[in-house]
Design a protein around this ligand. Structure first.
Ligand code: FES
Ligand SMILES: [Fe+2]
Length: 377
């Protein structure tokens, strides 16, 4: 006999399958429980979130050999470091002796010396020295820092905790074509920020990826450039979804950007989600990417980076774009944190989604979620 929790889980998965199977014109949102049930959150982490690719940052955050930053994915402390060979590696940030983190925050190091008993590792995670450990079987082979699968795509660093993960990059071909003229890989990071929000991770994915709220929630900040009415759904595939937020003719130019861009591409922002938890906005001169780390059913850590194309934006332009994004994020956060508190209501049911150009990306996301759970039966 299944217990109550597993019966609930089976019922929720039935609901998800049913929602994900709706045709686009009849799409509906997921009931509130998907965003508030701690058991369902744990289930998501175990079944797919901890086995998926997550964006950790930009490769030009660590341009030189020895440059590193630290981060976490679920239970794993990570050390992201550029090696002598120029490759970026994602290593376990846990000493092989008794588990001390080897590095904090970011910096540059010739080698990583543990602060507890001074074991040291090179930039590829090989043990170099372990004081007073002769004849203890401690060798470079037995005590190497484990490394996790990682890939660089368009300048983003992705990592996966699953050693058998299916590669990500080959599945992003259509998205690469959509972004092809922007020179996303060549954009240069100018700032990064970390925040904690009281929202379910899916709420921020859905919020960032739907244009329906833009003119309502962002009347001063985004509506003048990316009004809801001009937004158009774009490509999607198993691994991503996207839409184009087109600028009105009356909007001032947002910059020229890469030489290959068409006028149309210069007059829109392309918003994309690499499933499950990276959302980003690509414009001619600005790339903003949000890495969403789910911490609990109602809590996320958000790391966002801002990159620019060449030197086109003046320092003042840049500062005003940064303030604009802070304000946009503040506006979204206020909505999502309030909504999170209402989503545990028994009346937070499955409302209808707006037409495809405005909320069709949520339908794509639901179908992605549906593919992560076992088939019915
Ligand atoms: S825990 Fe790192 S050397 Fe002891
Ligand atoms: Fe928003």
């Amino acid at each position: 006999m299944p217990n109550a929790a597993s019966a609930d889980l089976a019922a929720m998965n039935d609901t998800l399958r049913a929602v994900a199977a709706l045709p686009e014109h009849a799409a509906r949102c997921l009931p509130g429980r998907f965003y508030t049930d701690p058991d369902y959150f744990r289930y998501e982490v175990e079944t797919f979130l901890s086995k998926e690719w997550h964006c950790l940052g930009r490769a030009d955050e660590i341009p030189n050999p020895g440059d590193y930053f630290t981060t976490r994915l679920f239970d794993e402390p990570l050390l992201v470091v550029r090696g002598e060979d120029g490759a970026v590696r994602v290593l376990s940030n846990v000493c092989r002796h008794r588990g001390m983190p080897l590095a904090e925050t970011s910096g540059s190091a010739r080698r990583f010396v543990c602060s507890y008993h001074a074991w040291s590792y090179d930039r590829a995670g090989r043990l170099i020295n372990a004081p007073r450990m002769r004849d203890k079987g401690v060798t470079a082979e037995t005590c190497r820092l484990p490394s996790f699968p990682s890939e660089i795509w368009n300048g983003f660093i992705y990592a996966n905790l699953d050693p058998d993960a299916r590669p990500l990059t080959p599945r992003l071909g259509q998205l690469a074509a959509l972004l092809g003229n922007y020179d996303t890989a060549g954009m240069r990071i100018v700032r990064s920020f970390e925040e904690e929000w009281r929202t379910n991770w899916k709420c921020l994915v859905e919020n960032f990826m739907e244009a329906y709220h833009l003119s309502v929630v962002h009347p001063q900040t985004l509506h003048p450039y990316t009004p809801t009415g001009l937004s158009r759904k774009s490509m999607s595939d198993d691994a991503f979804t996207s839409y184009c937020a087109n600028y009105p003719d009356t909007a001032a130019s947002r910059g020229v950007g890469a030489p290959a861009l068409s006028d149309e591409e210069r007059r829109r922002s392309t918003l994309f989600c690499v499933f499950p938890a990276q959302v980003a906005s690509q414009a001619a001169t600005l790339l903003v990417s949000l890495s969403i780390q789910p911490l609990a059913v109602d809590r996320i850590k958000l790391r966002w980076t801002m990159s620019t194309y060449g030197d086109e934006l003046s320092r003042d332009d840049l500062e005003s774009r940064i303030s604009l994004w802070h304000e946009v994020n503040r506006e979204d956060r206020e909505k999502l944190e309030r909504m999170q508190r209402a989503l545990s209501s028994r009346h937070a049911l499955s409302g209808p989604l707006a037409p495809g150009d405005y909320e069709g990306t949520i339908w794509d996301f639901q179908r992605y979620l549906g593919r992560q759970i076992p088939a019915a039966g």
